[in-house]
Unconditional design. Structure first.
Length: 256
């Protein structure tokens, strides 16, 4: 008999700043797998006890003040790997029988800059990392904050984002190449093919109230897991709460 599991990805923009929100989210949604990005915390400052008091285990790849990715799960994930370089941006593990790769892709800052070049090279390295994953796991989920809006459909006002980093054609091409190489399917688009649903809104200028956002947080899956996806959605209520992250959680349900 199959079992439904709930997998969530959420850039929380700082665990210490958003700890109360994360604890409340775990209590309300009871996800089986919460993939978190932008912890902004090293291991020695991470609030492990607070997470454990909710009944969850925290498995983190942390970095002081910047970056950081984690899994919050009922039981610790198996076969954990981290990468790709000195920056804490990738963690992989097996939870509830599902292989999950949780990523925080570099922003890139500005097209043509050194940070932009780093972002493109990082995406190439991610493809190599996934090659290694596929040697052991025929099916996996690739999820996280990609800092890439895949197409104009994913941007509220595409004309205003022309030449901007989140709509960068080169990064879009890298992400598309990864999706094609591993036959990844965008689970949100599978269930919500139309425009108007975003995952990130600037804190300034009432962007959330006007829904002037972009969709840069994704849950991608190989065909075997895509067939098991029954729903995917964005929790807009989290973005509208007091002192929110600038990202909203993305959720999916899988039959495993």
């Amino acid at each position: 008999m199959s079992t439904a599991i709930k997998l969530v990805t959420w850039n929380i923009n700082g665990i210490r700043a958003r700890l109360d929100r994360v604890l409340a989210f775990l209590d309300v949604h009871q996800p089986d797998i919460l993939c978190v990005q932008e912890l902004k915390s090293a291991h020695e400052t991470f609030p492990y006890m607070d997470i454990q008091e909710t009944g969850y285990s925290a498995t983190i790849h942390g970095q002081r003040s910047w970056n950081g990715v984690a899994f919050f799960t009922r039981a610790p994930p198996e076969d954990v790997r981290v990468g790709l370089d000195a920056e804490a941006r990738v963690i992989a593990g097996t939870v509830c029988g599902v292989r999950v790769v949780n990523v925080y892709v570099p922003n890139g800052q500005k097209i043509g800059s050194e940070k932009h070049a780093y972002k493109l090279d990082w995406l190439n390295q991610l493809s190599t990392f996934l090659d290694q994953e596929r040697e052991q796991h025929s099916d996996f989920v690739l999820t996280g904050d990609f800092n890439v809006a895949p197409e104009s459909l994913d941007v509220a006002h595409p004309e205003e984002w022309t030449g901007k980093i989140l709509s960068d054609p080169a990064a879009r091409a890298r992400l598309q190449a990864i999706s094609q190489r591993f036959r990844l399917v965008d689970l949100h688009r599978l269930h919500a093919p139309g425009p108007g649903v975003y995952t990130w809104w600037d804190y300034r200028s009432g962007s959330f109230e006007w829904n002037d956002g972009v969709r840069i947080d994704h849950i991608l899956a190989t065909p075997g897991l895509t067939r098991r996806c029954t729903y995917a959605w964005v929790d807009l209520t989290e973005r509208g709460r007091e002192r929110p992250s600038d990202h909203a959680p993305v959720l999916t349900r899988l039959q495993v």
